[in-house]
Design a protein around this ligand. Structure first.
Ligand SMILES: [Zn+2]
Length: 450
């Protein structure tokens, strides 16, 4: 059932990386932990040997490391972490692309920029090989959602320097699906294009899936009876928040899947058809879930920060990268047969986005989960303020006036805290196509910067 290939087979899988006969390596997603670990570290050592020949950023950090000794998680734990700040500082010092380039500049064919929502943007380059690897990771996302060559995939995304769904665009080619790019279109045009092309798979942020549904309702389009059967979402945790996912699935008459990726790291996690949290694609990444303060691994069922090492992007490697994403370390088993690490609930938020209000720890994602139980809630905004030394939170909600007391009640139940709810008029709150910014942090405005 689960083949356990020899080292030679694993090694040849690596060296013959560009032979696509074994797409997305399904056997590796279902193998035993020992085989998977062996495979990961063979890839890691081989990749590092190549990268260290030209990568000044990596050479400076790994000067004392014996690459041959990297055989398992214990050895990995001796490597330094990489923080985003270090990449940013490196690019300032060595403009424009920094020193984390393993190969000569003329080997690079793709340029991406981070969205810059959490600080200074990064510019990242990919070689042909690294970019093919991105596509391969997206192939795994599509396959896990049951998407194949008979599908037409619509990408509701403004194709620009942000990597966003560029890699989905490439990944769809690998599964043989027809791709319809949705850049430079209004929401109405996108809806029309999807219907005209008999789109079966929609790829966009969860927020934008709801926005498309809202506009479809205004235009009298019944999306639930359209051919769209699968929606895949990234950029925000929504598709792993049960109430948000239920809203998307109901509006589209489709099954909604989550996917997680980062410009600095790769397309690293996906939902399978069990739709129970996400799987980390450990065939292409080494995952650690660590206590953010002690940096020690957390036990199964506990929360921690996800730290990732990519195994196929040797043009721009990232070792033990502190993603800042807060996750629960789930079991490494699933009814789908995969033995990959699961993250129940996907990304729960950022390690640093917790707010303490009157002694209660609050995450914006729990507010969203409570609000999305109400189908009448169209849009919302979380406002953080500070009075003296105390943080306060209130919520603006687009919903009928008479619903406000029920919404307040639901928030009180979910958070064990009274959160004032203000009703906003329909359409008055901002709408988002990419990463939604629903938290309006006004705490520093009143008191000056901390
Ligand atoms: Zn699964």
């Amino acid at each position: 059932m689960n083949p356990s290939p020899s080292d030679t087979a694993i090694a040849s899988d690596h060296s013959d990386h560009r032979d696509h006969s074994d797409h997305a390596r399904p056997w590796l997603q279902m193998t035993d932990r020992e085989t998977l670990t062996r495979f990961q570290f063979i890839k890691l050592r081989a990749g590092l040997e190549r990268a260290l020949r030209g990568n000044a950023f990596l050479c400076a950090r790994l000067a004392d490391v014996d690459i041959a000794s990297l055989t398992g998680m214990e050895a990995l734990a001796r490597l330094p972490f990489t923080h985003k700040d270090e990449f940013v500082a490196d690019q300032r010092e060595h403009p424009p692309y920094g020193a984390n380039l393993s190969f000569p500049l003329h080997d690079y064919v793709r340029l991406h920029q981070t969205s810059g929502t959490t600080g200074h943007p990064l510019t990242i380059l990919d070689t042909v090989e690294s970019w093919d690897w991105w596509a391969e990771c997206w192939e795994a996302v599509f396959r896990a959602a049951g998407v194949g060559r008979a599908d037409t995939v619509y990408l509701a995304f403004s194709f620009g320097p942000f990597i966003g769904f560029w890699s989905a665009y490439e990944g769809a080619k690998r599964i043989g699906a027809l791709v319809v790019p949705g850049g430079g279109q209004t929401t109405q045009q996108r809806l029309r294009a999807m219907l005209a092309t008999n789109t079966t798979v929609l790829v966009c942020t969860p927020t934008y899936a709801l926005r498309l549904a809202e506009v479809a309702r205004e235009e009298g389009i019944d999306l639930a009876s359209s051919p769209v059967r699968v929606t895949i979402h990234a950029g925000e945790p929504g598709a792993s928040i049960p109430s948000t996912r239920a809203r998307i699935e109901e509006a589209w008459g489709a099954r909604a899947y989550d996917h997680i990726g980062m410009t600095e790291m790769g397309a690293y996690a996906f939902t399978c058809q069990q739709q129970d949290g996400v799987h980390v694609n450990e065939a292409e990444f080494i995952a650690e879930v660590l206590d953010p303060t002690t940096s020690e691994p957390v036990a199964e069922g506990e929360q921690g920060e996800l730290v990732l090492t990519n195994l196929g992007r040797w043009g721009w490697p990232a070792l033990r990268y502190r993603t800042g994403d807060r996750v629960i370390r789930g079991p490494s088993r699933c009814a789908c047969g995969r033995t990959l690490l699961t993250l129940p609930g996907g990304v729960l938020g950022r390690v640093d986005d917790m707010v303490v209000v009157r002694g209660v720890n609050i995450f914006p994602s729990s507010i969203e989960a409570a609000l999305r139980q109400f189908p009448q809630v169209e849009e919302f905004r979380i406002i953080l303020t500070r009075a003296g030394e105390m943080d306060e939170v209130e919520v603006e909600v687009e919903c009928p006036e008479e619903l406000a007391p029920q919404v307040e009640q639901a928030l009180r139940q979910a958070l064990s805290l009274r959160v004032p709810v203000r009703v906003a008029s329909p359409g008055s709150l901002p709408r988002f196509e990419l990463k939604a910014r629903r938290v309006d942090d006004r705490r520093n405005l009143a008191n000056g910067a901390r």
